[in-house]
Write a protein that binds this ligand. Structure first.
Ligand code: MN
Length: 269
């Protein structure tokens, strides 16, 4: 296979035919060979799931601009595996996931299929970015985020992140001239109250709908939730290391040895 200068892999969780992934592809395609490998349907909120116990299908598709893409029957994480292992002619130089319709901020990150795509790219050791626009209204909303992705890609190639880190980017759904700036942030607090709605099906059995509630944001200084609220693009470096480092010493102080069968009191060591 001929070696090309640069290979970029793009995935998302809104599906291969979403407008956000197309605009991302168009923004990056002057940089090298761009491969779109994405789910064949919407897979939002699938998190970092991976398909290990059934076959995955891969189909060549034509995107709305007439260019080629690939759809899979899997999730974004599957798409990164298939993209790297079976579609890209060489290891990609960049993995981008998005542009997602809907923010991915703070504590909601682990629900996100968009973020999972970048997380998997980082696990492969490839510089990776998840990018979302803060609206669910489809249409002409991707311009600023696509242009930002293009500029970010240049910087990321020149100045790579530490191993295991990737970027989570959220772009306000505003005209570019109304965006307040770019803020490098940490993940803030965004929690969902956890609405559970019980309904009855036609034969009288109860079923449940989750979600539909508005998130509650902790608007602390320096966080992604606050930056986006104030009209900034948030750029959060995220690490695959989910360890709560601040809790290690505390947990070490617990008498865990005493939990083992036959162990003496931990005070005896
Ligand atoms: Mn989505």
């Amino acid at each position: 296979m001929p070696v090309v200068d640069r290979v970029i892999l793009i995935t998302n969780d809104d599906g291969v035919h979403s407008r956000g992934i197309l605009e991302l592809k168009q923004a990056l395609q002057d940089m090298g060979d761009v491969y779109v490998v994405a789910p064949d349907r919407g897979r939002s909120a699938c998190g970092h799931g991976i398909t290990l116990h059934k076959p995955l299908r891969l189909h060549r598709v034509t995107l709305a601009d007439g260019s080629e893409g690939w759809s899979t029957s899997g999730l974004p994480t599957d798409c990164v595996h298939i993209g790297i292992g079976a579609v890209c002619p060489q290891r990609p130089d960049l993995v981008f996931s998005g542009i997602n319709l809907g923010a991915n901020l703070g504590w909601e990150l682990t629900y996100s299929g968009t973020v999972a795509g970048a997380m998997e790219g980082a696990a492969f050791g490839v510089p990776s970015v998840a990018i979302s626009v803060t609206t669910y209204e489809d249409g002409d909303v991707f311009g600023p985020s696509a242009r930002f992705a293009r500029r970010l890609a240049d910087i990321l190639l020149e100045r790579p992140l530490p191993e295991g880190a990737f970027l989570n980017v959220n772009v306000p759904a505003l005209p570019e001239e109304d965006i307040a700036g770019v803020a490098v942030t940490r993940l803030g607090i965004r929690r969902y109250p956890g609405r559970v709605e019980a309904r009855r099906d036609p034969v009288g059995r109860t079923y449940y709908w989750l979600g539909g509630d508005e998130p509650e944001d902790g608007l602390e200084e320096g966080t992604d939730v606050l930056a986006v609220r104030e009209g900034f693009i948030s750029v959060t470096p995220v690490h695959l290391d989910l360890t709560a480092h601040s809790a290690i010493e505390h947990v070490r102080s617990w008498p865990l040895e005493g939990c083992l069968a036959g162990a003496g009191s931990p005070a005896a060591d």
